[in-house]
Write a protein that binds this ligand. Structure first.
Ligand code: CMC
Length: 425
């Protein structure tokens, strides 16, 4: 394998080192390019830019492969829980039974939040979007985690901070949901596993006790969390890494990741998919008209839940999610016109030359909203559910940045504004 690439600029020869990944992915290391040639590279949207070396996950977008720490997603989904997956992402290996017990018990020990968080939440206007609430509560949550009273320096071990966040994140999400629907808080139960606790904290009321929750739903929720747990350099994870590079704290970095995820081209797409499907239904189910609209370059509308920067064949997560959606709908005996419509839309799109040529396939967000809706989670909480799943991935990247002692992220730009000028007197 060649370790150097020769290239010419204006007749002068230069050499740049080549970097190889585990699966022989190739990169040209251009970190000295400007120093040696005066040139920088320009790549809006980082479409062809590797920003780091990472050992957390691997994607082959052409073949539809996704590995978490080397394990195929299809295997993880059948053999691991979300908590085991979180341990794997954070620590690099699956836990042995003792490690798993310790990890799970710590999460149970930390699954409560200060009453001050409840008071702060009460002050938010009820119409404020849950992603905004989750982001700001996550940022301030760190102030309430101390080893002892009046510990102004907040000395908490880093490993414990990861566990605090894993434990408290679902509480923030559930409190936000319950405030929206006017329910009092429902606290975590130390006898329940992670997804059951999540359902209890979201949905239990005097009438509905959490032991009534259906095991198929609990399993579906755990699998959804796993599928969302990690996806290398997407917009929110890169945001978290960028903050970590500036030595911003874990909680503030995750808070920034939540805001990035909120965007409709990223995690916010799951909410947008259901809105789109509802609009298609409302407007007489003229699917072809909507597809034509998405293909028309004069129209800014895009088919939400289709296309991916990396997957150009199929999204392996979307295949798994479609099966989970069908299982949940069957189990609940729901006759869901939205699911029917989603299938019809997918069938038409998958036979349309525009989408085939541009390699636009359903992504993870196309079917996830259908499951959340069936479970009873409102539309504006869908992206919060995505964030709950993505948390261990964000934390693993934040940690990897620190361990690798990566430099602060600071790209360059090509300035195209005014030349130097003077303010007229
Ligand atoms: N509907 C119609 N046309 C599309 C779509 C779509 N959903 N997605 C991409 N295109 C077209 C786009 O107009 C462009 O056409 P042309 O080459 O003629 O200009 C071409 O396909 C390539 O698109 P792009 O925007 O350059 O691709 P990208 O890699 O920059 O964007 C994407 C990827 C996911 C933002 C985009 O496909 C999209 O907007 N999809 C809809 C939103 C969505 O579902 N997002 C969730 C992504 S998966 C979950 C996650 O990781 O966040």
């Amino acid at each position: 394998m060649c370790n150097v690439i020769n290239f010419y600029i204006n007749g002068c020869q230069y050499k740049l080192p080549i970097v190889y990944g585990t699966f022989c992915e190739k990169a040209i290391n251009i970190s000295k390019l400007r120093e040696n040639t005066g040139f920088i590279t320009l790549d809006p949207g980082f479409k062809n830019t590797g920003i780091t070396k990472s050992s957390i996950s691997y994607i082959d977008g052409e073949k539809g492969i996704l590995l978490y720490r080397g394990y195929p997603i299809e295997e993880i989904i059948n053999k691991c829980s979300f908590i085991e997956t979180s341990y794997l992402l954070l620590n690099g290996e699956l836990p042995n039974p003792t490690q798993l017990k310790f990890f799970s018990e710590k999460i149970k020990k930390y699954n409560h939040v200060s009453q001050d968080i409840h008071k702060i939440l009460d002050k938010y206007p009820v119409f404020y979007h849950p992603m905004g609430i989750l982001s700001s509560l996550t940022c301030i949550l760190r102030s309430f985690i101390t080893t002892k009273k009046n510990d102004n320096n907040n000395h908490v071990k880093e490993q414990d901070l990861f566990l605090h966040l894993l434990a408290k994140f679902p509480i923030l999400a559930a409190l936000t949901y319950r405030k929206k629907v006017g329910l009092p808080p429902s606290y975590a139960d130390k006898n329940l596993d992670y997804p059951s606790n999540l359902l209890k904290m979201f949905f239990s009321t005097n009438k509905k006790k959490y032991d009534e929750f259906n095991p198929v739903i609990i399993d579906a929720l755990d699998k959804l969390l796993i599928l969302h747990a990690e996806h290398e350099q997407n917009c929110s994870t890169t945001t978290v890494r960028l903050l970590s590079s500036a030595h911003s704290g874990l909680f503030s970095s995750v808070s920034a990741g939540i805001c990035a995820l909120w965007g409709r081209l990223h995690g916010g797409a799951n909410e947008a998919v259901i809105e789109m499907l509802e609009n298609i239904l409302k407007s007489g189910k003229n699917v072809k008209k909507w597809i034509e609209m998405a293909k028309n370059k004069k129209n800014s509308f895009r088919l939400m839940g289709f296309g991916h920067r990396i997957y150009k064949n199929f999204d392996p997560r979307a295949k798994i999610i479609e099966n989970i959606a069908e299982k949940v709908i069957r189990e609940l005996g729901i006759n869901n016109p939205i699911l029917e419509l989603a299938k019809e839309l997918e069938d038409i799109v998958m036979n349309d030359s525009y989408f085939l040529e541009k390699k636009l396939y359903p992504n993870i967000d196309f079917y996830s909203g259908i499951i959340y809706q069936a479970i009873g989670i409102p539309k504006n909480m869908f992206t919060v559910m995505f964030a709950l799943g993505r948390l261990p991935g964000w934390m693993a990247h934040w940690k990897e940045m620190r361990l690798n002692r990566e430099p602060i992220g600071r790209p360059r730009q090509i300035y195209v504004g005014y030349k130097k000028r003077k303010i007229r007197n």
